[in-house]
Structures are given as structure tokens and as C-alpha cells.
Design a binder for this molecule. Structure first.
Ligand code: PBG
Length: 333
């Protein structure tokens, strides 16, 4: 039952806002380091750290420096790190075979992180776009992004990542049937504890632009991803997708992008109560950083406010490029 609100002056909402102590006492949501998943970009070489111009403050690191970054993230208490590869254009092919090469960048990074920072969970990305000559997440046959053949490739990719020691598999491809196929093959291969965090409600969004620069897929991409990623106009469809993926064996689900889709986060959490995550994507990060660099907003405050909004919307965690900066702030460093 909804409590009744007594009229003024019996009720003065400002009483509850009068001091930091009282505000703390009535606060409904908090952001903690436990809520963070840190997406990182890995490239080849050794001792290399290279800035991503459209994502100020974000770098691509060689495998050795990714391991070092993971050690730092672990020390900050960040629970998970998510690897995205910047693949040498020479390795991009039509059959995307590099995607399940046990020695590809991503799999080498998993092993290096596991060896250096065993307590941090390693999450991966499953989609063909970093390895595909045309930049798509699935195979392109006669101009069509084909579903079932792509799922077979995604399963091979998943198994290679699990063999390398990945804790959480993150299918971001939006093909139909991939969660079930991945779960079944993980079970058959004995990877009972490998989790799947499904990019279940992933929208065809212009907010991914800077990410495609970061992984070197911008130039390669022909056309758009609208036949597999969701229409930003839809909300009921997101619930159906989430339900489908949970039924097929996803342990956790994601909504992506983040800030413009908080209504979806809330509906998903209220409907299913499953572990729910949002991805505050590259374009959202770039907007905050660009405005902050111009002195138009207070970057630190906007960062914290934007992340708290995900908690308020019902998310259990957030993938964010701000993760180390937030963790440091929360720890008073
Ligand atoms: C690709 C993938 C994308 C992102 C994560 N995995 C881009 C896309 O779908 O084109 C976007 C992340 C970001 O923008 O930060 N499978």
C-alpha cells in the first residue's frame, strides 16, 4: 500500500535534505566499486600504449600492459575487466578464422591477465566484427548477414575463450539462438562455471562510433547493423529478447547503450529480477569527456551522477570506461 503524504507543513521534504548526514541516511542508491566492469582495448606489440583520439583518456595497450592494468584494477577492487581486441587489418578475413585462434590477441590477453591478476574476473566479447573484413558482427553472404552460420563461428570463438581462462563470455553479436548454442557447447566441454553475460538488448546505436575507432572497425564497416541490432524505438521487444536469452542459459543480461536506455533497464529488472547490467558506451563516455575538457561541465561530478543513475534504474553493475577513475575516487585516492 502506498503511504499517504500529509500536507504541508506536516510534510516538508526539505527536512530530509538538510545536511549530509540526513541525506546519507535517506539515500536510496549507492555506487560502489563492486558495480564496475572495465572495458579495455588490447593491441599487438610490447610496452605499447596508444591513445584513442575519440575517447580521451582511453588507450589501447599491448598484452603485457593489459596485464599490468589488470593488476592495478584488481588492487582498486574492480571485480571485472572486459577485453576488446584491436586486430591487425591483415588478419581480417571473410571467414574470420582469427576469431577462434587460441593465440589471437584477445586469448593471449585473457591468459596474461589470469596469470598476473587471478582475482579479477575476465570478460570477453563474442562477435565477428574485429576479425571480419567488412566490419560486421556476422558472416556476410550475398549482402546478407547470415544467422546460423555465424552462430557456429561464435561457438568456436566462445570455446577458445573459455579454454584460455575467460570467466564471463559476452556475446555482443545479436544473432538468434547463440546463447543456447554457446551454453550447450560450454557444458559439453566441461566449462560448467563459465558465465554468459548476454548483450541481450543491444540497440543499433550511433553511440558506438568511438568504439569502432578504438577497435579499428570504423573504416571496415559497410552499411549498418540494423538487421541484427535493435530498433531504438522498441521497448517490449527488449523484454522478449531478455526472456529468450535467460531461457537459453544466460546468467546475466545487458542493456546497451546505457544512459539513453534507462527505461529499459528498469523494465528488465522489474520483470525478471536477473543480474542486470548496462553498458555506458563509447559515445556516452566521449560526450562527457569532450564537455569536461571544454570546461562546460564538471567531468568528475557528471561521471558519478551518470553511473549512479544506472543503480537507480535497477542495474547491478555498469560496463564503463570510467571504471578506474571512479574506483580511485570512491577510494578517496
Ligand atoms: C561489437 C561491439 C560494439 C560495442 C561492443 N561490442 C560495437 C558495435 O556493435 O558496433 C560497442 C561498445 C562501445 O561503444 O563502447 N560487437
Amino acid at each position: 500500500m502506498k503511504p499517504t503524504i500529509a500536507p504541508y507543513p506536516q510534510t516538508r521534504f526539505r527536512r530530509a535534505r538538510q545536511s549530509p548526514a540526513i541525506r546519507g541516511l535517506v539515500r536510496e542508491n549507492t555506487l560502489t566499486t563492486d558495480d564496475l566492469i572495465w572495458p579495455v582495448f588490447v593491441r599487438d606489440g610490447e610496452g605499447v600504449e596508444e591513445h584513442v583520439p575519440s575517447m580521451p583518456g582511453v588507450v589501447r595497450r599491448s598484452v603485457d600492459l593489459i596485464a599490468k592494468a589488470a593488476v592495478e584494477a584488481q588492487a582498486l577492487g574492480i571485480p571485472a575487466i572486459c577485453i576488446f581486441p584491436y586486430t591487425d587489418p591483415g588478419l581480417k578475413t571473410e571467414d574470420c578464422a582469427e576469431a577462434w585462434n587460441p593465440d589471437n590477441l584477445s586469448n593471449r590477453a585473457i591468459r596474461a591477465i589470469k596469470a598476473a591478476a587471478p582475482d579479477i574476473a575476465v570478460m570477453t566479447d563474442v562477435a565477428l566484427d574485429p576479425y571480419n573484413i567488412n566490419g560486421h558482427d556476422g558472416y556476410v553472404v550475398d549482402g546478407e548477414i547470415v544467422n546460423d552460420q555465424t552462430v557456429e563461428a561464435l561457438v568456436k570463438m566462445t570455446l577458445a575463450q573459455a579454454e584460455s581462462g575467460a570467466d564471463i563470455i559476452g556475446p555482443s553479436d545479436m544473432m538468434d539462438g547463440r546463447i543456447g548454442a554457446m551454453r550447450q557447447s560450454l557444458e559439453s566441454a566441461g566449462h560448467h562455471n563459465v558465465m554468459i553475460l548476454s548483450y541481450a538488448a543491444k540497440y543499433a546505436s550511433a553511440f558506438y562510433g568511438p568504439f569502432r575507432d578504438a577497435v579499428g572497425a570504423s573504416g571496415a564497416l559497410t552499411g549498418d547493423k540494423k538487421t541484427y541490432q535493435m530498433d531504438p524505438a522498441n521497448s517490449d521487444e527488449a523484454l522478449r529478447l531478455i526472456e529468450r536469452d535467460l531461457t537459453e542459459g544466460a546468467d546475466m543480461v545487458m542493456i546497451k547503450p546505457g544512459m539513453p536506455y534507462l527505461d529499459i533497464c528498469r523494465r528488465v529488472k522489474d520483470t525478471f529480477g536477473a543480474p542486470t547490467y548496462a553498458y555506458q558506451v563509447s559515445g556516452e563516455y566521449a560526450m562527457v569527456q569532450a564537455a569536461a575538457q571544454n570546461g562546460w561541465i564538471d567531468g568528475e561530478k557528471v561521471m558519478l551522477e551518470s553511473l549512479l543513475a544506472f543503480k537507480r534504474a535497477g542495474c547491478d553493475g555498469i560496463l564503463t570506461y570510467f571504471a578506474p577513475a571512479v574506483a580511485k575516487l570512491l577510494q578517496g585516492q
